[in-house]
Design a protein around this ligand. Structure first.
Ligand SMILES: Cc1cc2nc3c(=O)[nH]c(=O)nc-3n(C[C@H](O)[C@H](O)[C@H](O)COP(=O)(O)OP(=O)(O)OC[C@H]3O[C@@H](n4cnc5c(N)ncnc54)[C@H](O)[C@@H]3O)c2cc1C
Ligand code: SF4
Length: 331
């Protein structure tokens, strides 16, 4: 690993200035450091300045309700989100996605901003031997190679899945990222990420020097998450679903459904949402039928067709969780 300097700015604005400072070849923002340090160890990134956000006050690590919306500082950890009574009450899907991510040790360090902006886990990308498209090479090795964990929607020319648990939950809850250091001051989470056809080297639309200060989202009290994993800990999900419902008089009035680990961006499923609207909360057959629609436009690769079925199961269970019920047995 090459040597690097560390800066400890006292504000997000000062961090943004340092991140855009041309005196350095590659200044990089560091929050919890879980992904950044991994990338440095893997030889993917050689910064000469780490701009460490750990010392910033400004509400960077606090959770509150403001004007009916949830406000979460960029430096709030996944462990704080998972155990926050405010998040559990007002946006359970966010608490559940945070609780399910990684391991207790990782959740204690990992921040919400870093979770959204972490780089993909494609094994070809993470191995320095493979100079794939995302690293400026000429090939996506996943096309002909091992693609068990890759995208079934929205792939090409790169077929990563977006690694963040929290991003789909925030899409369902109308999340917004608030920024300093650039021309804009906010961006909806639904617009934060781009598909590989819009640029294969990056996953999000932030410019160098734009720093996330906090997130806001709507209260979504009837919301739920279901992730299906090979291991219960120390792993990313194979497929997961976040569902938010608006229910009155025992009927689902409207729904938001967003899938994760199946596409290069959080993957909204509007047809499933439409099919859920008008369904009686006790009508399991109709909820299951809506969930099955989630796989309709999937384009699996050689080894990942299993994700289509997993996603239907995850959507069904997440919808039941949003209604305050757990699925019985396997679907
Ligand atoms: C074993 C293991 C299992 C895991 N399983 C899961 C899982 O199931 N689900 C899941 O979602 N994640 C999982 N993760 C990933 C983990 O959650 C992320 O690596 C972590 O959330 C990153 O947060 P961080 O604060 O450490 O970010 P950092 O590593 O500090 O930064 C990550 C990126 O965000 C940028 N950044 C950070 N803060 C800001 C800011 N305020 N403004 C602008 N840019 C910023 C950094 O420049 C960097 O590019 C797992 C990780 C491990 C090691
Ligand atoms: S899926 Fe993307 S990151 Fe993985 S090998 Fe292909 S181009 Fe590289």
């Amino acid at each position: 690993m090459k040597s690097f300097a560390i800066a400890r700015p006292g504000s997000h604005a000062a961090a943004a200035k340092l991140a855009a400072d041309k005196t350095y070849t590659l200044p990089v923002i560091k929050s919890g450091g879980i992904d950044i340090i991994d990338q440095m160890k893997e030889g993917l990134l050689e910064p000469d300045l780490l701009v460490h956000l750990g010392s910033i006050g400004e509400g960077a690590a606090t959770i509150s309700m403001e004007g009916g919306r949830l406000r979460i500082g960029a430096g709030v950890t996944l462990a704080q989100i998972a155990s926050s009574p405010i998040v559990i009450e007002h946006c359970p899907v966010l608490a559940q996605t945070a609780a399910s991510a990684a391991t207790p040790a990782v959740r204690n360090m990992a921040t919400i901003a870093g979770n959204l902006l972490q780089r993909p886990r494609c094994w070809y990308f993470r191995q320095h031997q493979f100079d794939c498209l995302k690293k400026g090479g000429g090939t996506c090795y996943a096309v002909e190679g091992e693609n068990k964990y890759h995208a079934i929607f929205g792939g090409g020319p790169c077929h990563i899945v977006h690694p963040s648990n929290l991003a789909p939950a925030l899409v369902v809850a109308g999340g917004v990222a608030h920024l300093v250091g650039g021309k804009r001051t906010s961006i909806p989470i639904a617009d934060l990420f781009h598909t590989p056809d819009k640029g294969v080297r990056t996953e999000h639309v932030l410019e160098p020097g734009e720093v996330l200060t906090h997130l806001t989202c709507d209260a979504a009290p009837a919301s739920g998450f279901c992730g299906i994993k090979e291991k219960q800990s120390f792993d990313w999900p194979l497929a997961f679903a976040c569902v938010g419902l608006r229910v009155t008089d025992g009927t689902i009035q409207s729904a938001g459904v967003c899938a994760g680990a199946v596409a290069p961006v959080p993957w909204s499923l509007p047809r499933v949402a439409e099919a859920l609207a008008g369904v009686k909360v006790g009508d399991d057959a109709a909820i299951r039928a809506a969930a099955v629609l989630s796989g309709q436009d999937a384009r699996p690769m050689r080894d990942n067709g299993y994700k289509v079925r997993l996603l239907g199961v995850a959507v069904h269970r997440a919808a039941l969780k949003a209604l305050g019920r757990e699925a019985e047995g396997l679907s």
